[in-house]
Design a protein around this ligand. Structure first.
Ligand SMILES: [Zn+2]
Length: 153
């Protein structure tokens, strides 16, 4: 009986460790959990209406890093992250793109006109700094100067 139980436990351990996509699945699941937290926080911090919004999905792409982007929101129900994004920046990037998701779904235009881009990025920047604070990471908040240099706003 004891050998039988041991065999089952060993079989389960082997099954867990030889499953090829365990790593990818756990990263995907971790991203979705962070999205859930970021969604709640973004709704609270920005005061946008979230009542009728679905939780967007987070997906990773190696292409973003190659073109110098960490993350992007493309007006769908997906927030895209660079596959190689530093782990500590993942919740922050998800939150920032979540703010754009809330903006777009609450009627903010998404044209790449400078004034609209500056308004939406500044709002996302301010909210992201509030999120840093909520996470107890105030020392990582981004300065207005850095924002201005990054976005040309
Ligand atoms: Zn942005």
């Amino acid at each position: 009986m004891r050998a039988f139980v041991l065999a089952i436990v060993l079989a389960l351990l082997v099954a867990i460790y030889v499953t090829p996509d365990v790593g990818a699945d756990s990263e995907y699941e971790a991203d979705q959990r962070m999205a859930l937290v970021a969604f709640a926080a973004a709704c609270k911090i920005t005061h946008y209406s979230c009542a009728d919004l679905a939780l967007p999905e987070v997906r990773r792409s190696p292409y973003l890093g190659r073109i110098g982007n960490r993350a992007v929101y493309l007006l769908t129900d997906v927030l895209w992250l660079d596959s190689e994004l530093k782990t500590s920046l993942v919740p922050i990037a998800i939150f920032h793109e979540m703010v754009h998701y809330l903006q777009y779904n609450n009627g903010m235009p998404h044209e790449r006109v400078t004034i609209i881009r500056c308004i939406s990025e500044r709002e996302a920047f301010d909210a992201t700094n509030d999120y840093f604070e909520a996470l107890g990471r105030s020392s990582e908040k981004i300065s207005v100067k850095k924002f201005q240099d990054t976005y040309g706003c």
